[in-house]
Design a protein around this ligand. Structure first.
Ligand code: HXC
Length: 262
């Protein structure tokens, strides 16, 4: 167990089943690893079966029981089937991490209608589909949803009109679901990661400005780690956050203050 995780009880998420969309890589896989180390059972979905298989093996090595399902988050029926399989295999879902995302850098006038629809479809429609498909199980377990958002949701960012619109939609979706589903015992929040080392997001989005300049723009002076995002997700999924709903939580070293929008 890492130094950071040793601050938390290794049984914090015992008995929890977490369903993670886009769980095969990046921040979402980092969240899965933290959940596995803290006792959760996991179900990961994504579009690439081979990538999911590799991720599932890594998570199993950390002691988790893992289900993995190929499902495109734009396909509600595929998600619903994956969630049913999850409940049968490892128990009803307590926590949904809606993290599947797609992105590319392009000026607004160069993005086709299909390019815009693709990113909004994966990010926003995918987040709604996952929450909607998980609702009955979450209501049964008094569970929670954590959406993975981005600073573009509130800080306009060049070449990111598609992702910005989608993530702003996710912030609104989160607040509406927190309002409507709170009475059913379901909490909803977003995490806004800043630049996280080793992720496709940083690699793609820092390409123009340069990684060094990005790092200088972070008040804490460094990129974050997927584990640091995972710890916040674990706290949100746990009883420690029993009274936390409808919140946007930035795990960004203060980067949002610099106005770069990630
Ligand atoms: C302009 C582009 C483009 C680009 C794709 N398109 N890349 N347009 N510039 N660089 C257009 C295509 O031309 C096409 O439109 C449409 O988008 C769909 O492209 P496909 O390749 O068919 O889609 P698909 O295979 O589904 O791929 C989706 C994707 C891809 C989003 C384009 O990048 C992807 O799968 N990404 C998943 C992984 C990922 O991006 N992860 C990073 C998330 S980072 P036309 O009109 O030609 O048909 C992240 C961080 C956000 O989310 C916040 C950080 C700050």
């Amino acid at each position: 167990m890492s130094d950071l995780l040793s601050n938390l009880s290794p049984t914090l998420l015992d008995g929890t089943t977490a369903f993670i969309t886009g769980g095969g890589s990046g921040i979402n896989l980092g969240i899965g690893k933290v959940f596995a180390a803290l006792g959760a059972n996991l179900s990961i979905c994504g579009r690439d079966g081979a990538k999911l298989q590799r991720a599932a093996t890594e998570l199993e090595e950390l002691g988790a029981r893992v289900v993995h399902c190929v499902a495109d988050v734009r396909d509600h029926d595929a998600l619903a089937a994956a969630m049913e399989r999850t409940a049968d295999a490892v128990g009803p879902i307590n926590t949904l991490i809606a993290g599947a995302a797609g992105n590319f850098n392009a000026p607004a006038e160069k993005i086709s209608a299909n390019g815009f629809a693709t990113v909004v479809g994966i990010d926003l429609l995918g987040a709604f589909n996952a929450a909607h498909a998980a609702f009955e199980q979450l209501a049964e377990t008094s569970g929670s949803i954590t959406f993975i958002s981005a600073g573009q949701a509130y800080a306009p960012t060049s070449n990111q009109v598609h992702a910005g619109a989608a993530k702003a939609g996710i912030e609104n979706l989160m607040q509406n679901l927190a309002l409507e589903w709170g009475p059913r015992g379901v909490r909803a929040n977003t995490i806004v990661p800043g630049p996280i080392a080793g992720t496709l997001g940083v690699e793609r989005l820092s390409a123009e400005v340069g990684a060094a300049e990005w790092r200088r723009a972070v008040p804490l002076g460094r990129f974050g780690t997927t584990e640091e995002v995972g710890v916040m997700a674990a706290v949100l999924a746990s009883p420690l956050a029993a009274y936390v709903s409808g919140c946007r939580i930035q795990v960004d070293g203060g980067f949002g203050l610099a106005g770069f929008g990630m």
